[in-house]
Design a protein. Structure first.
Length: 222
């Protein structure tokens, strides 16, 4: 291989490695239910500033703009807004905003007796690992939060991972993220949801119970 071609090849390999590392680091904690029946996944990388509404003073995303190919919502387009007169988009990150709001659509007729599980991953930059204030709700019903965990990613980047649960299962949920420090910025948000218990889980549970019943019958029938 000629020296110039070798350099180009090595540069391409390094670029791919950096891209793979960045994508991997931003989706470290995908839930086990991702891809199952009744689940949704949506990713915002903020590769653009969205559409600006000067009258209402927000920026709007009519669909997720994730670049990892993990977005999957069979019901409708998830949407996002960046609020605040000082909200600034630069280099794929939002800073100076008062709130980021996300709308996650689900089935318009949620199955009876189900609840909603939601996992939130927020990759942020800040001088300290102080997570943002997060609120998950539908109408007057608030989701119950589980303890958040913040993981350091290096270079002043951190990832907040938190699970939430809502019951009864809503047709749509909203996620609101508000910064708690002036130097806070967000460069990725990933939201996974699951209608639980979903049909596949119930089917596997039923098979397991049936197997136990047959084993007991055969044991006692000896």
């Amino acid at each position: 291989m000629r020296p110039s071609g070798r350099k180009a090849f090595l540069a391409a390999v390094c670029a791919l490695a950096v891209m793979a590392q960045a994508a991997w680091a931003d989706d470290l904690y995908a839930p086990a239910y991702r891809g199952m029946t009744g689940s949704t996944t949506q990713e915002w990388d903020f590769v653009t500033a969205g559409v600006h509404d000067s009258q209402l003073n927000y920026y709007y995303y009519d669909a997720p703009d994730g670049t990892s190919g993990i977005t999957n919502n069979p019901f409708a387009n998830p949407q996002a807004w960046a609020f605040g007169p000082n909200a600034t988009w630069q280099g794929g990150a939002w800073t100076g905003f008062t709130m980021l709001r996300f709308s996650i659509p689900n089935s318009q007729v949620p199955p009876a007796g189900t609840w909603k599980d939601l996992r939130l991953q927020v990759t942020f930059l800040d001088a300290s690992p102080t997570p943002p204030d997060v609120y998950v709700y539908h109408g007057s019903t608030d989701f119950s939060p589980f303890s958040p965990t913040v993981y350091p990613l290096g270079g002043g980047r951190f990832q907040l991972v938190q699970d939430w649960q809502g019951e009864p299962n809503p047709m749509q949920e909203f996620v609101e993220i508000s910064p708690l420090s002036s130097g806070f910025s967000v460069d990725q948000v990933v939201i996974d949801t699951l209608c639980a218990p979903e049909p596949a889980t119930l089917a596997f549970t039923g098979i397991g119970l049936a197997g136990l019943t047959l084993r007991r019958r055969s044991k006692h029938g000896r």
